[in-house]
Design a protein around this ligand. Sequence first.
Ligand SMILES: CSCCC(=O)C(=O)COP(=O)(O)O
Length: 407
Amino acid sequence: MSGYCRATYRCYDEKADFGKKAQGIAVGLTVGSWTDLPEARKAEMEKHLGKVVSVTEVPAAESPTGERYADIVIDYPDINFSRDIPALLVTVFGKLSMDGRIKLIDLDFSEDFLSAFPGPKFGIEGVRKQLGVENRPLLMSIFKSVIGHDLPNLREQFFRQALGGVDLIKDDEILFENPLTPLEKRVEACMAAAAEAKRETGQELLYAVNLTGPTFKLAENAKRAIRAGANALLFNVLAYGFDALAELARDPEIHVPIAAHPAVSGAIYPSPHYGIAAPLLLGKLMRLAGADLVLFPSPYGSVVMPKEENMALKDALTSDGLPLRKSFPVPSAGIHPGLVPLIHRDFGLDVVVNAGGGIHGHPLGTAAGGRAFRQAIDAVLAGEPLREAAKRHDELRAAIEAWGIKE
Ligand SMILES: CSCCC(=O)C(=O)COP(=O)(O)O
C-alpha cells in the first residue's frame, strides 16, 4: 500500500450511524475538523486527511454475539506520523481506544512505514540454524520456582532441564535483577550448565535470559548479558512497549534471538468490544518490532485463547504477506506431552513446544519431563499414536498417566 497505513476496527453500537462514526474517526484522528475549513485550507489539508475505505454493518440478528456492529476500515496518511510503532498506534487508536465499544482488529502497513523495520534478526530459519535443528518442532523449557533460589540451585535446575533434550530454556518472566542470581552471574552459571549438558546430549541450547530493568538501561543490560555469554533474551514486550523491542532488535550489538513474553497482554486483547486483537498485538506487531519467538496462550492448555484467534496469530507470525523474517510461534501455558499431537496438527513443524509445569512436574523428574516431550514429538512425526510409543518409553508413559492425551 502506498502512502497510507490502514486500520480495521470493529465497532459495536445499538443504533449509531456507522458511516458517520467512520467519517468522524477519519477526520478526528487526522486533521481534526474538515467541514469548517475554508476551501483553500481544505486543498492544503487534503494530504493529511484520513480516508474511510469501507463500513460493513452487521445487524444484531446476524452477529455472533447478538449485538449490532460494523467493521470500519480507514486509511491514515503516512505523512502524519513518524516511522515508529508508538506514533502509528497513537494515531490510529490513541484517544479512540477510550471512545466507546471499539476494538482495533488489524493494521496494514505502507511500504514506506514497513521499510523502517528490519523485523526479526534471526526468525525461524536463524533460530533453527543456531540450534542445528531443521526438521522437527523445537522444545523449550521454562524455569519454574526461581525466586529465592541461589546460583548453584539455578545451575542445577538448568542442568536437569538441559539433560532432557530441550532446545531452549527460558527464565521465568518474573525473575528480575536480584542479589541471589544477578544477570551476569546467572548467565555464566547457566551457560556452564549448558556446556556440561552438551557433553552428554550433544545438543546445542539457547538460554533466553530475562532482560529487565529501567527502559533506558535495557540495551546496556542486554549487552552485559551477551558479554557474559547469553545466547538469547526473553523480553516482556508489553510492559515496556513495542518500541523498546524494536530498538533492541535493530541494535547490531544485540546479535542474539529475542523471545517475546505476552505478560500484560491479557489486559489488552481478550474483550470482543475493546482493546487490540491478539493476531495484531501478539502477531503482526511483535514480528514488525523484531521478536524472533513469540509466546502466547494456546487453544488447549491452562490459559486458553480461542482456536480461530490462535490460528490467525500464527499466520501473522509466519505468513509470506510481510517482507520480514518469520517469527517462531510458541503456544504456551499448561502444555504437556499429551498435547503434542494437537500442537503439530495446528502449527505444523515450525512451532516451539513450550512447557514449565509439564516438564518440572513430570513424575520421574525434570530431565524425564524433557525426554517425554521429545519422545512425543518423535512419535507424532513418525505418525505413531502416543499410546503406542509409550509402550517403549517409560518417560512418555508416565507423562500420559499423569496428564492424559488430548485429541
Ligand atoms: C500464557 S503464555 C506464557 C507461558 C509461560 O510463561 C509459562 O510460564 C507457562 O508455564 P506452564 O507451567 O503453564 O507451562
